[in-house]
Write a protein that binds this ligand. Structure first.
Ligand code: UT7
Length: 323
């Protein structure tokens, strides 16, 4: 069997629910503003579980549903911008927890577009290296990097993780991807890392290690990037938007999705949305949504879904999958 499909999905959200009202105790904001401007009502926030803990829990569920054991995995890719550490990668931490001793494991950093990028990366590696099973994870603890004094960003983000197990199949379950980046716009959304503060540095370069975002810039980018990604991923496949049962977008802001729906003249119900309860979980948002759709029995064998994401980098991309 030379083709590849998703054999199982799973997700894990930390139990603590943080409502908009709770955030209004921290910064000058209110439930009405947040709901109207973003569509978010509440998000889950980790009380200490790190990205690898969340990723492992999501993965165990996905593996169980796919009927694949840790030892049968050839590849683990984690898309994250909030790793536990620089080394080891989250993927290696997950590998250890799952006893997936036969796998190659690494992280990718593509911010909110990470899961879509990981899916296609895994498909390509499975084909070139003849792997049978791969585990793809999007997991984040964004609460670690949120500036909890900045009302323009701290209202947006949540923690969580989602995972998908890729298996061999007769049919092609991952039909096509479209992946692009616009590095020249990178300043619109940043999280600093280690300062360049050595005895040899000509000038100290101290960066803000929290999320800093130009919301309007990202908003503008997102609305056009989503449309380009949807057009781009359909092109050459012979598949029309009518044949797509659901568009599963990165869950960042309801107004972004409303705009795209109007632009493409699509019913808003064609988009699967759960950002009211999750907030923006970056690379985890698409697999968390997929898991919810699976658990709600919304997707049946043969259904075509279009996953589309955008975010830091700036980056964007889309993938068409058949369930
Ligand atoms: O996955 C990463 C992708 N990131 C995104 O998708 C973010 C895209 N951008 C957005 O979602 C929106 O730009 C935001 C939700 C971040 C902001 O909404 P906006 O409609 O663009 O608001 P704004 O930044 O233009 O601010 C409008 C006003 C300002 O007040 P003044 O200057 O008009 O007096 C802000 O200070 O709203 C104020 N404001 C707030 N007020 C109450 C900003 N944040 C808040 C807040 N509560 N939390």
């Amino acid at each position: 069997m030379s083709n590849i499909k998703i054999g199982g999905v799973g997700a894990y959200l930390p139990p603590l629910v943080v409502t908009n009202n709770k955030i209004s105790e921290l910064v000058p904001t209110n439930d009405e503003w947040i709901l109207e401007r973003t569509g978010i009502k509440e998000r889950r926030i980790s009380e200490g579980e790190n990205t690898s803990d969340i990723a492992t829990k999501a993965s165990k569920l996905a593996l169980e549903r796919a009927g694949v054991k840790g030892e049968d995995l050839d590849l683990i890719i984690v898309a994250t911008i909030t790793p536990d550490m620089f080394i080891p990668s989250v993927a290696c931490l997950v590998q250890s927890e799952l006893k997936a001793d036969n796998a190659a494991a690494f992280d990718i950093s593509v911010a909110c577009s990470g899961f879509v990028y990981a899916l296609e990366t895994a498909k390509a590696l499975m084909k070139s290296l003849d792997y049978k099973n791969a585990l793809i994870i999007g997991a984040e603890t964004l609460s670690k990097v949120v500036d909890w004094t900045d009302r323009s960003t701290c209202i947006l983000f949540g923690d969580g993780g989602g995972a998908a197990v890729l298996v061999r199949d007769e049919k092609q379950g991952i039909i096509n991807s479209y992946l692009k980046s616009e590095g020249k716009k990178g300043d619109a959304l940043t999280i600093g890392a280690v300062d360049f503060n050595t005895p040899f540095a000509s000038e100290k370069n101290i960066k803000n290690k929290n999320i800093v975002m130009n919301g309007r810039e990202v908003f503008k980018f997102a609305t056009s990037a989503i449309v380009r990604a949807i057009d781009g991923v359909l092109e050459g496949t012979g598949i029309s938007l009518d044949e797509i049962k659901y568009i599963v977008p990165h869950q960042a802001n309801m107004r972004i999705i409303d705009y795209v729906a109007r632009k493409l003249e699509l019913d808003i119900d064609k988009f699967y949305l759960n950002l009211d309860t999750t907030g923006n979980t970056s690379s985890a948002s698409v697999p968390i949504a997929l898991n919810e759709m699976y658990e709600k029995n919304l997707i049946k064998e043969g259904d075509k879904l279009l996953l589309v994401a955008f975010g830091g980098g700036l980056s964007y991309g889309a993938t068409i999958i058949e369930w």
